[in-house]
Each structure stands twice: as C-alpha cells, then as structure tokens.
Design a protein around this ligand. Structure first.
Ligand SMILES: NC(=O)c1ccc[n+]([C@@H]2O[C@H](COP(=O)([O-])OP(=O)(O)OC[C@H]3O[C@@H](n4cnc5c(N)ncnc54)[C@H](OP(=O)(O)O)[C@@H]3O)[C@@H](O)[C@H]2O)c1
Length: 257
C-alpha cells in the first residue's frame, strides 16, 4: 500500500487526483484550509474505496501551514510515496490592480510552499530510494500572464531542474501544465469564463489520468491533451509581443468585486 499527499485536495484538479488515487487503492493525506470539507472528503473516499484518508488542515500561505505539511512529508515512519503540490488560486485583476498582499500570497503558495514541500518530500524519498512528485503548474507558464504565469513558469523551471539534479536517486519529479479546467478556480478569483471557447476546456479526471501516465513514463513535463500540445507548439514560434496580447485577453475577464 502506498500513500499520496495532495494539497488543495477538496476541489477541482486536487479532488480529481484524490478520487483517482483512492480508486487505485492508495492511502491519502488530504490538505486544504477548510477542515470540515476535508473531513467529509476523507470519509467519502474511505467509505467508497476502503482506503485510509488522513486530514491535514493547513493554510499554505502561512509558515505554520507549510511547516505542518513539511513535517508530515519528512516522517519516515509514515512515508509519503507521491506528493501532488496542487493548491493554488488566481487573483482578480491585472498587474497593479491586484493588491501587493495578494501578489505576495500567490508567490508564497505557488512558489515558496512548492519549494519547501518538494524539498521535504525529496529528502525523505531520496533516503528511501523512491517516490514521485507532481507540481501543478499551468500552460500559463509559457505565456506572459502577470504574477500567475510568472509563478507557474517558476514551478516548471524549478521542477525540471530538480528532476535533473535528482536523476538516478529514485525520486521522480514532474511539472503538470493543464489548460483551462472547469473547477472552482475561476469563480473564486472572480473571473468570467464566457470568453473562453468551449474547445479549450479540459476534463479534470482525464487530465489526472494523463498526468499519472506521464509520471509513470518518467516525463518531467506533462501538457495533457493533444489540443494543448498543439497550442504549445504554436506558442513556441509566436512572437512574444503578439503572444502577450492574446494571453492578456483570454480568460481574464474580471467581474465586479
Ligand atoms: N482550473 C484551471 O483552469 C487551471 C488551469 C491550469 C492550472 N491550474 C492550477 O491547478 C491547481 C488547482 O486549481 P483548481 O482549478 O483545481 O482550483 P480550485 O477548484 O479552486 O481548488 C483549489 C484547491 O486548493 C485549496 N487551496 C487554495 N488556497 C490554499 C491555501 N492557501 N492553502 C491550502 N490549500 C489551498 C482549496 O481548498 P481551501 O479553499 O479549503 O483551502 C482547494 O482544495 C492550481 O495550482 C491552479 O493554479 C488550474
């Protein structure tokens, strides 16, 4: 029996990871801020799949929250075999419209928490000679798109660099870059989605299946779905100025606060 720890497990992509890993028979450590929702999720997954689901209530925008999760990842008596750094969010508004405190909170959750949790997990996994880490970035990592895109670009570069440094240690690291997925993300950020064409939406369960297959293949970067693979091919050859114009319009319609 192996154990997976998922941050941001209660909604969207994290919940899809939790469903799939529980169905595959993995015990889980579920992490988010809303304790009631976590406990309900743990009970449901335990009852449905007969797995053990532990709950860790932690706010990854705080040092205490990050330390709580890092301690759990370092516990070699109850080892974690797979870490999914998934917790994340969008801010409402463009650069300079977003309060500095929110920009910094994003860097804390998307970058500092990912760095510290990846490091805690990698150390423990290297000691055991095995383990996997999926860091959820975004295709926004490849286009100019405010602090969000910049933070996800960091996730991609950091993860691929760490994967190279840890090659041969038994620890696999992979950055996962989803396109648009219908979750609570856009509503939480106060973003309108009616200007995002239907073909751009991905299914969270299919995304997770594809990500886990890529991890098993030893990939360090996963861009699930042929539509986004093709789109990223186009992005590579598109001039940055044009790319910036398109990306700053797509999916960035902000409603009233
Ligand atoms: N949806 C998309 O279109 C899309 C596309 C590309 C990449 N992504 C990335 O995918 C990841 C998951 O996004 P999603 O769309 O599934 O979002 P979501 O539906 O809003 O779920 C976010 C999850 O993260 C948790 N969370 C948020 N802030 C947290 C914090 N400070 N500490 C601990 N947990 C926190 C939430 O639970 P609590 O509120 O209880 O803490 C929730 O479980 C994010 O990293 C996002 O950037 C999303």
């Amino acid at each position: 029996m192996t154990t997976a720890l998922i941050t941001g497990s209660t909604a969207g992509i994290g919940a899809a990871f939790a469903r799939r890993l529980a169905a595959d028979g993995h015990d889980l450590v579920l992490v988010a801020r809303d304790g009631n929702r976590l406990r309900e999720q743990a009970t449901e997954l335990h009852d449905r799949h007969g797995i053990e689901a532990e709950v860790l209530t932690a706010d990854l925008a705080t040092d205490d929250g990050i330390e709580t999760v890092a301690r759990r990842l370092s516990d070699l008596r109850n080892p974690v075999d797979l870490l999914v750094n998934n917790a994340g969010f969008g801010n409402k508004g463009r650069y300079l419209d977003v309060p500095m405190a929110d920009e910094l909170r994003m860097l804390k959750v998307h970058c500092e928490a990912v760095l510290r949790l990846t490091s805690a997990a990698s150390e423990a996994m290297r000691t055991r000679g095995r383990g996997g880490i999926v860091n959820v970035a975004s295709v926004a990592a490849f286009v100019p798109r405010g602090t969000y895109g910049a933070s996800k670009a960091w996730v991609v570069q950091f993860t691929q660099g760490a994967a190279r440094d840890l090659a041969g240690s038994g620890v696999r690291l992979m950055a996962l870059c989803p396109g648009f997925v219908r979750t609570e993300f856009h509503e939480r950020a106060g973003m309108g989605t009616d200007n995002i064409p239907n073909w751009m939406w991905l299914d969270a369960d299919k995304l997770v299946a594809s990500a886990l297959a890529d991890l098993a293949r030893g990939k360090t970067l996963s861009v699930p779905d042929p539509r986004y693979k093709a789109l990223m091919g186009v992005v590579k050859v598109t001039p940055r100025a044009l790319l910036g114009g398109i990306s700053s319009r797509t999916g960035r319609k902000y409603g009233p606060r």
